[in-house]
Design a protein around this ligand. Structure first.
Ligand code: SF4
Length: 448
C-alpha cells in the first residue's frame, strides 16, 4: 500500500537542526521504501514456523541482560490495544503471579542473571501485594540494579506510590496517551482514568517521587488535530516530568476495525508532520533517548530493547531475545500456569537468528537509541562488520539518515523519522504476531 504523505508542508528551519527536511518527492519515495521493506523484513523476522523445537539458549554470564515480566491483566480493555491482555480476575491473577515467580526461579537455576527489570502489561499494578512479592524475589535471585514499572493514572494513589517507592522502583511509566478529553473519551479512557486536567494535576504532584516519571503519549490519532497535539505538548513541558515517550499510532490488522470505529480511519499522511512538531517543541527541554523517547537526563526508557542487547521475556505471551534466539511464551494463561506447575518453561516458539540477522537487529535497535558504536559491534561479531551490514549502512547514509563521527554512527534529523517508520513497522509486526497467537488461543479470545 502506498501512503499519501503530504510532503509540501515540511520546511527546514533556519538553523537546519530541528525541522525534518522536506526531501521532496525523492524523500517521499525513500520513506515509502523504508516502510515497505521494514514491513516485509519484520514479518519475516517474526515467522516462527521453521519447525524448531522451542528452547532457551544456555546462560552466558557477564552479559548486560534485562528481565521483562509481563502482567496481562487490566480492569477493562481499551479497544485500540494490541498488547497481550485480559480482563482482571483476582484468583486467576494470583495464580498467574505465582507461576511467574516459578518461572523466575527456573531462569535463576539455569544460571541467568539480570541487571535491569522491566514490568509491563497489561497493568502491572493491578495487584500490589503480588507485584511486591514478585519484585522482592527478583531482587533476591538476580543482581537487579534498576526497576521500571508501567501503570495507569487511576493507580496513582498515595498508598500505591508509597508501596512502589518502598519496592525500590526507579522509573514509573504512566499510560496517559493524551490530555484531550475528547480523545480520552474516544479511547474509552475518560471514564476509567479521569479527565486530562485531573491526570495533568496528578503528574505535577508526583513528578519528583521517582528518579524518572515517564508519560506514554500517542500521536497521529485520527481525531487528533494539530491544536490538540500542541496543547498536549504544552502540558507535558509544563508538568515538569522527566521523560515522555511519544508513540505514533500503531494499528495491527486485528485492531484496525476497532480503531476505525472509535476514531475514524488512520491517516498516515500526517505522521511526519506531527512527529516534526513534537521533536521541535521537545528538543528545547529534553534530549532524545530514542527516536520517540525524550528525557531531561539519562534514564531508563520504555524500549529496553535499546538499552539492553538481550532480554528474557517472562509471563504469558512475553517475547525474549537471548543468545541470538528470539522466543515467545504461550499466550494461553491457563497453559502458562499449568506448565509452570509441572516445572516446565512455557515456551511456545523460538527462532535462531542467523549472524547477519543478529547484526541487522543490533543495527536497527542501537540506532533507534540514536547512536551505534561500531567498535563495540565489531567486538560482538568478532571482527569486521561491513560484510554483514554494508548494504544497510550504505543505503541509510546515502539517504541522509546517518552520519559517522569518532567510530560511531548517529541518526541525523532525517534519520530520526526514518527510524520512527522502522520501529512503527517493528512493533506493528510484533502486534500482528500477538494477534496471530491469540487466534490460536481460545481462552484469550474469550477474555479479550
Ligand atoms: S492500553 Fe493499557 S490499560 Fe488499555 S487494554 Fe491496553 S494494556 Fe490495558
Amino acid at each position: 500500500m502506498v501512503r499519501e504523505y503530504n510532503h509540501d508542508v515540511f520546511a527546514v528551519d533556519d538553523s537546519g537542526t530541528q525541522s525534518l527536511p522536506t526531501g521532496g518527492r525523492c524523500g517521499l519515495v525513500i520513506e515509502q521504501l523504508i516502510e515497505r521493506i521494514s514491513r516485509k523484513e519484520f514479518s519475516r523476522f517474526l515467522r516462527f514456523s521453521g519447525g524448531e523445537t522451542p528452547e532457551l539458549p544456555r546462560a552466558q554470564r557477564g552479559r548486560n541482560l534485562l528481565l521483562y515480566l509481563h502482567v496481562p491483566f487490566c480492569e477493562s480493555l481499551c479497544p485500540y490495544c494490541s498488547f497481550h491482555r485480559v480482563v482482571f480476575e483476582e484468583s486467576l491473577c494470583r495464580r498467574y503471579f505465582d507461576a511467574m515467580r516459578k518461572e523466575m526461579r527456573i531462569y535463576g537455576n539455569l544460571g541467568y542473571d539480570f541487571s535491569g527489570l522491566y514490568v509491563g502489561g497489561g497493568t502491572p499494578t493491578v495487584m500490589m501485594d503480588e507485584l511486591a512479592a514478585t519484585l522482592a524475589l527478583a531482587k533476591e535471585l538476580f543482581s537487579i540494579s534498576e526497576i521500571s514499572v508501567e501503570t495507569n493514572p487511576n493507580h496513582l494513589t498515595d498508598g500505591n506510590l508509597l508501596k512502589l517507592k518502598g519496592l525500590g522502583i526507579q522509573r514509573l511509566s504512566i499510560g496517559v496517551q493524551s490530555f484531550d478529553d475528547t480523545l480520552l473519551a474516544a479511547m474509552g479512557r475518560f471514564t476509567k482514568y479521569g479527565s486530562g486536567g485531573d491526570i495533568f494535576s496528578r503528574l505535577v504532584e508526583i513528578r519528583n517521587e521517582f528518579d524518572t516519571v515517564n508519560a506514554d503519549m500517542i500521536f497521529n490519532l485520527p481525531l487528533q488535530s494539530e491544536e490538540s497535539l500542541a496543547r498536549d505538548l504544552d502540558r507535558i513541558i509544563g508538568s515538569g516530568i522527566g521523560q515522555v515517550t511519544w508513540y505514533p499510532l500503531m494499528v495491527s490488522d486485528a485492531t484496525r476495525s476497532d480503531v476505525e470505529h472509535a476514531f475514524g480511519a488512520a491517516r498516515g499522511a500526517r505522521e511526519k508532520k506531527f512527529y516534526s512538531l513534537i521533536a521541535e517543541r521537545l528538543a528545547a527541554h529534553f534530549r532524545f533517548s530514542s527516536a520517540w523517547c525524550f528525557s531531561r537526563r539519562e534514564s531508563m526508557v520504555d524500549e529496553y530493547i535499546v538499552s539492553h542487547d538481550e532480554y528474557a521475556g517472562l509471563g504469558s505471551g512475553a517475547i525474549g531475545y537471548l543468545g541470538g534466539v528470539c522466543y515467545a511464551n504461550t499466550f494461553s494463561i491457563e497453559e502458562y500456569i499449568e506448565r509452570l506447575g509441572r516445572g516446565e518453561i512455557p515456551l511456545m516458539a523460538s527462532r535462531t537468528f542467523s549472524r547477519r540477522e543478529r547484526a541487522r537487529y543490533d543495527f536497527v535497535m542501537k540506532l533507534f537509541g540514536m547512536e551505534l558504536d561500531l567498535d563495540a559491534l565489531r567486538d560482538r561479531y568478532g571482527g569486521e562488520i561491513l560484510p554483514l551490514l554494508w548494504k544497510d549502512i550504505g543505503a541509510f547514509t546515502m539517504a541522509g539518515g546517518l552520519h559517522y563521527e569518532g567510530g560511531k554512527l548517529f541518526l541525523t534529523d532525517r534519520g530520526r523519522y526514518y527510524w520512527v517508520i522502522i520501529m512503527r513497522e517493528f512493533f506493528t509486526a510484533v502486534n500482528n504476531f500477538r494477534d496471530y497467537c491469540r487466534t490460536m488461543t481460545k481462552e484469550c479470545a474469550c477474555h479479550g
